[in-house]
Design a binder for this molecule. Structure first.
Ligand SMILES: NC(=O)c1ccc[n+]([C@@H]2O[C@H](COP(=O)([O-])OP(=O)(O)OC[C@H]3O[C@@H](n4cnc5c(N)ncnc54)[C@H](O)[C@@H]3O)[C@@H](O)[C@H]2O)c1
Ligand SMILES: O=C(O)C[C@H](O)C(=O)O
Length: 337
């Protein structure tokens, strides 16, 4: 039998924290499956090249059977040549007291040239996930610089927010995380995001009813959602920075693996959350990179249609979408779009 052609995965920021946490899980097969050989292209800026080279040495030392080749680059065009999967992680993280949007001016400039490099040389089936913050608007910038790549190939990571919501909800309704379905993160990967459990179930039981039982009725459940759950999930990144002293790493890497794995392999257990280019669904202006409930079939994300959005949810979604529009205006003003 002919050997399978390796999948080319390009990782930016490979010398950084998330890069280090990602590489070994990718190479182990956790992202693309146990039968998918891969080659890894690691992109860094010159100051980060040595760290990426060190990670490459450790990858050799790990003797992963699926890993056919590792190369370190500081030139985006070379790094993205032939890429089937592009993980755009390389960007500065925020520190305590900053919002992710404060990074626009510092990081936005990274994503135009990378979009151009993807446009110039990535494989026809390239799938892009932007992790570097502010992730949604950075993905918008990258997509805008890759006019020949279908825009549905550009996504931003909100799977970490989704997983955070699952973690908090599992504790609240005392259910294993794996029994939860139907949770959605809407909007921006920022403090305005709306983690929505209106359609969620736990082992088949409606979560809103379980929360009402736990918190003394519908009003108690609403209070918990508004005062505790939603801000806890939306501001979890800041909480991690405060407790850890720097931004999330292993959970971000794990969510990135989940995002790409589901994009490639499908979501037979129901929808998850990802920021994708809006087609106008749920009133989100076309073209914004917004988090939606998404299902993956046939190797493509599809926005789950037909979910009821009540007045409370509509207001929350509108607030996050307004922030995405403001970010788009800000990067236009910076000349990045
Ligand atoms: N979307 C999410 O859920 C999520 C979660 C966690 C972190 N993040 C973001 O991910 C980014 C990376 O975080 P980290 O902890 O790995 O930071 P880090 O500082 O440890 O690593 C970033 C790496 O990117 C490299 N880099 C910078 N510019 C680059 C460029 N143009 N090309 C290639 N590499 C470049 C740096 O040299 C550095 O090695 C940050 O912006 C952070 O805010 C996003
Ligand atoms: O919050 C941050 O700045 C890092 C990351 O986006 C996170 O959500 O942990």
């Amino acid at each position: 039998m002919a050997a399978k052609k390796p999948i080319t995965v390009t990782l930016t920021g490979a010398g950084g924290q998330i890069g280090y946490a990602l590489l070994f899980r990718i190479a182990s097969g956790a992202m693309l499956g146990p039968d998918a050989p891969m080659r890894l292209n690691l992109l860094e800026i010159p100051q980060g090249v040595r760290a990426a080279e060190g990670a490459a040495l450790e990858l050799q030392d790990s003797a992963f059977p699926l890993l056919s080749h590792v190369e370190v680059y500081d030139d985006p065009k070379a790094a993205f040549a032939g890429a089937n999967v592009a993980l755009l992680v390389g960007a500065r993280p925020r520190t305590a007291g900053m919002e992710r949007g404060d990074l626009l001016a510092a990081n936005g400039g990274i994503f135009g040239p990378q979009g151009e490099a993807i446009n110039a040389g990535a494989a026809d089936d390239v799938r892009v996930v932007v992790v570097g913050n502010p992730a949604n608007t950075n993905a918008l910038i990258a997509a805008a610089h890759a006019p020949d790549v279908p825009s549905d190939r550009f996504t931003a990571l909100t799977r970490l927010d989704h997983n955070r919501a699952l973690g908090q909800l599992a504790m609240a309704v005392d259910t294993p995380v794996g029994d939860l379905r139907g949770v959605t993160i809407w909007g921006n990967h920022s403090a305005t995001q709306f983690p929505d459990v209106a359609h969620a179930t736990a082992a088949g039981d409606p979560v809103p009813a379980l929360l009402a039982a736990r918190f003394g009725g519908v009003d108690g459940a609403r209070e918990w959602l508004v005062d505790d759950f939603i801000p806890r999930v939306a501001k979890r990144g800041a909480e991690i920075i405060e407790v850890r002293g720097s931004s999330s790493v292993a959970s971000a890497a794990s969510a990135t693996i989940d995002h790409v794995r589901d994009w490639v392999a499908g979501t037979p257990e129901g929808w998850t959350s990802a920021a994708v280019v809006s087609d106008g669904s749920y009133g989100v202006p076309e073209g914004l990179v917004c988090s939606f409930p998404v299902e993956s079939t046939g190797g493509a994300w599809h926005i789950r249609q037909g979910l009821e959005v009540d007045a409370f949810a509509a207001e929350r979604i509108a607030a996050s979408v307004a922030e995405l529009e403001e970010e788009r205006e800000a990067v236009r003003a910076l000349g990045l779009l």
